[in-house]
Structure formats: C-alpha cells, structure tokens
Design a protein around this ligand. Sequence first.
Ligand SMILES: Cc1ncc(C[n+]2csc(CCOP(=O)(O)OP(=O)(O)O)c2C)c(N)n1
Ligand SMILES: CC(=O)[C@@H](O)[C@H](O)COP(=O)(O)O
Ligand SMILES: [Mg+2]
Length: 645
Amino acid sequence: MDVAVDNVTYNGFDDMLVKNELPSEKSPFCSYLERINEPGDIKNLSFRELALLADEIREFILDTVSRTGGHLASNLGAVELTLALHYVFDSPRDAIIWDVGHQCYTHKLITGRRERFATLRQKGGLSGFPRPEESPHDIVETGHASTSISSGLGLLVGREILDIKGHVIAVIGDGALTGGLALEALNHAGHLKKNLIIILNDNDMSISPNVGAISYYISRLSTSSSYQGVRDRIDSLIKSIPHYGDSALKLVERFKAAVKSVVYEENLFSHLGFEYVGPVDGHDIERLVSNFLRVKELSKPVVVHVKTQKGKGYHHSESNPTSYHGVGPFSIETGSSGSSSASPSFTSAFSASLIKYAEVDNKITAITAAMETGTGLSSFKERFPDRFFDVGIAEQHALTFASGLARAGLKPVVAIYATFLQRALDQLIHDIALPGLPVVLAVDRAGLVPGDGDTHQGIYDLAMLRAVPSLSVLMPSTSCEMNMMLGWALSADSPVVIRYPKDTCLSEDGAFISPLEKGRGIFVRKTGSADRLIIGYGGHIRECIKAAELAEKQGIKCDVYSLRFLKPLDIDYLSAVCKPYKKIIIAEDIAASGGVGSLIKSELADTTDAVITLRAVSDEFPQHATREELLASYGLDAKSLVKLI
Ligand SMILES: Cc1ncc(C[n+]2csc(CCOP(=O)(O)OP(=O)(O)O)c2C)c(N)n1
Ligand SMILES: CC(=O)[C@@H](O)[C@H](O)COP(=O)(O)O
Ligand SMILES: [Mg+2]
C-alpha cells in the first residue's frame, strides 16, 4: 500500500512517524487523547479530529511499546479501524471481540486505560490482550487465534435467547481467518443467518507474510476495489424501481435478483450466506464509519473486508512488519533493541542443529503453523525452501500433515509453541502416536512464558504429553544437549518431543556432554559428600545449579540431577540415584499437577527414606511478568530454592 510521507515535526519523532495526509491542526496545548476517557468521548469528534486523534494514538503506542515491548505492528495498523468501530457501536452493549487480541491497544486507550498504559505487559500492569477483569469493554479474553467468530456467534445466539439487545462484532485478521476454528465458525454462522458482524482486518500479513489459498483468495478480492462502488450504484438503481401491487412486486424482486447475479461478482462469503462489504480502506475513518452504519441495519451475517497496513505510521514497522510484530524495548530512532546475549537462545540452538542435520539428510522437513520466525525456522526455509512448510495458523493440520509426510518416509519436524500445541492434542494421539509415526515435535516456549501472560503459558502441555503412549519427551539444558537430543529424535522410530523454554541455553559445561541413555538423566553438579539433591530439568536447571551454589556458600552441600527424559522415566535407575540422599527437592517449571514431580515423588516413596519436596507452578493461571519474576513468584528461582535446601 502506498503511504505518503511528510516532513512535519511531530513531538520529537519527526522523521520516524508517517502521518495522515492531513494538515496538522494539533495545538501543543490540546491533546485529543487526554480528553478520551470512555468511548462515548469520541462520538462528538469530527472526522478530521478523529484522524488527528489517530495520529496521537500512534505516537502514544509507539512511545509506550518502545519502553515496555509488545505487539507493535498489528496495533499501529488497527488505530482507525478501532476508532470507527467505537464511533459507530456502543461498547460494551455492542460487544467487540478481538481475535488473538494482540491489536487491542487503541481499544484499551479509549476505554479508560490510558493512564495505566505505561504498565503494559509489566508485572501487575495492563495485559497486552483483552481482559474482562480490566474493563467491561473487554468482552472475551483472547491470545490464541481464530476464536472470535465462534465466541461471537455463541454470544449473539445466547443474547437472543435471553432477549438481551446489542450487536456482536468479531474483528479477525487475515492470518487468523486461516485457522480451522474460524472456518468452522463461518460454516455455522452462514447457516444460522444471524446478524453477526465480522470485520476482516486484512493487512496481507500473519506474523510473516500470510500464506495459503484462502489468503491468496482474499488478496484477489482486495484488488476488485471497484466492487463496492458498483454494488452501491446498482443498489440505488434497483431501489428506484417503483412497486405496483403484489404480483408486480414479485416480478421486481426476481428482476432485482437477476440483475444482482449478473452484475455483482459473487464471492466465497456471499456464497456462504454473508453479506460481503468491501474492500474498505481501513485508514479512512469516514468510509469505515459509513460502512459500519450500513451493516448495523442488516439482518443477516456480514463480512466487512477492511484493508489495513500492518505497522502503519512508523518507518521501521512499515518496511518490516514481521520484525515489529512483537518486540522488546527498542530505540524509536534506530528501531533496534540493542540487546544480545552471550549464550544462544534455545530457539537458535534448535534452528542451528536442525540445519546441520538437514544438510546431510534430505528426508528432514520442517513445518510451522504461522510461527516461522518465532520458532527459528527462517534460516531453514532459506536454505531448504522445498522442505519447509508454513501451513498457516493450523496447528491441527500441521501435526496430521506431518503424519502424512512421515508415512511417506520423510522425517518431519514440527516446530510449535507449547501453548499452541494444546490445539492439536487429538492429532498427536490419533494421527501420530497411535500409528507410531516418527514425527519430531520441537516444542518452544515450554514452561513459564514472559510478557504475553496467562493465554501463552507453556505449562500445560506436559500433562497431556505424558499421557500419550509411545511418546518420548526430552528437555535439553545446553545447545550441545539440544543437538544430541535432536539427533536422537531424528533417528528414533517413534514420535519424540523436545521441549525448551523462552530462554538462553546454559553455557556449555562438561557435565552436560555425556551421551543420552533413554529414560535416564545425569548429574550436572556432584560434590561427593552431599546429602541433599535437587532434581530438575531443561533450562530451569540453571536455577537449580545456582541454588546449590548459594547453599554451598552457606556451608550446605547439594547435588543437582537433570532428568533429560521426562518420558519415559527409568524409575529404578532414578531410585538408585536418589538412594544416598536425605533430602530431595524436585523443581519444575510446569503446572504442578501436570509435571513429573508428583510421579517421581510417589515412586520414590517406597525406595527411599529421604524427605521429598516438590516445587512447581501452583494451580492457577500465571499472569504477565518477566520470566525471572514468574520463577520467583512460584518459588522456582535460585533464591527460593536455596531456602528449601
Ligand atoms: C492458535 C494460535 N497460533 C498462533 C498464534 C501466534 N500468532 C499471533 S498473531 C499471529 C498472526 C495473526 O495474523 P492476523 O490475524 O492477520 O493479525 P495481524 O498480526 O496481521 O494483525 C499469529 C500467528 C496464536 N496467537 N494462536
Ligand atoms: C500474539 C501471539 O500469539 C504471538 O505474537 C506471541 O506473542 C509471540 O510470542 P513470542 O514473542 O515469544 O514469539
Ligand atoms: Mg494480518
């Protein structure tokens, strides 16, 4: 999309901001945003004032996110769309449901949360996603994609049965629309014929460029920009035909239908029973408003196709929306975060190892469900484009597709976040584990996840993985272990899961290099005379080692054992390992009821007299905070663990 760049100085970010093509009327003494405390406050503004408000909001979001981190590009693209929705509809009586919810910052700013916005994604502060606990305007808590049409349709039908008035509007991106759940919901909504209002926010992007036949179809719809204009003219022409009596009316109706079918380009949405409106310029508030006013009066389901630009208004995010989809703190001027770490992240260790194996084995294929960059698969894609598959936001399909590849004789590796794997449990059991297919799952963001909050925690997958027969589940602590485990997984003849957190690898250390033995772990700290032992695993073993070191400074010796395998577990071997110890602490960065700690504790009860303490994430949904803060809140950081020692 072409965007005009002007040189107007704008509160210090002059050449950073790409502004609306309006003469700036903003006086230094007058901020529109400061006067908006609830959505009703925007209803008296003129379209020109709304456009200026949009500029202020962009500046505000950019400034805040540069300090807090967050989902920048999607939010910059949805400013005018959000203002137009709140201008036309009466939230919360009219329910606006945000798919994924990562584009809700403007909504938060104009629904009374401007003053707390600096706390975005910080511990105790505002969530980056809609949260009904924060505001009555946040109807549904979201974070995972493709849910808005289903939850909106349910809400609409439920309200109708209970005779509760109000419109329901589902705002869904072109990426989220590729999810199977959204397509199931469209199927049902078209059938029910209720006035669900679906706003398709089409920026031609998922996190990476959107992929797939549906995405291609939607882009083709966008190019028929004269479509809406032609429709409008035909509609008024038909309306002008006079009616003469009942039989004449029927004739006119048939004539109208015939004219429509000849002149209107029918499309997928209209065939499914939706009124299709669009494409509408998603940065033109006046056009958005006039279209929203129209669809408000309809009595059938409607899709309003809105074209927006992801990252709009900031040079860096406009030219590279993928990198600015989700960001940590960064410099507005340079666009760079400047942060780097000596140790590689688990994601990059996985990515590097996978490429090494794929170089010598052309059966290795990599699959992602719209998380190419986050899972570290971009370099694999560059290197082996024919062996890389981005299937869209389609976790279920990703796993069953992988099962097909494995059945054909390939070695598929599905890289997926722990939280999104929740979607694909049945595919894992029914399509992969049951037939015993050698698919490797690289499960990233496993354990406590910073920033995103309760919707994205990777602490539930292990409970389901442990229940699946024939599956092996491993967790590396270093990049060397990652490499070893991936090699082991790729040569296995059954499914293997390798889990790892959003964290850096532990630095390489001789303790971690001994070869893998199925079901068994290793000592990563052994003093020879300790009577205390910590059992841990994965990246979290760092805290266990630190705790043991702190204890030693206080004169208490403590060994540390890393399980490596969470399934299968060689319990006899582990019992022998534990025998010499009087006090054993099991620490795991996972929901307590889903971890391996409780199993180990009960198994060891018969073979050791040691006092065994289990520390894991208690039975609640962990909120947004840094990973360090989260570990500390659940007593899983070194300082808390040393107290147990
Ligand atoms: C089930 C699920 N899979 C993956 C994601 C990660 N994810 C978050 S936003 C996003 C892209 C969504 O694209 P779109 O809906 O078009 O919104 P945009 O970012 O373009 O505004 C993805 C893949 C998710 N939140 N939920
Ligand atoms: C909204 C969403 O689901 C993703 O954008 C997620 O926030 C990505 O997380 P990472 O930043 O850890 O890749
Ligand atoms: Mg999109």
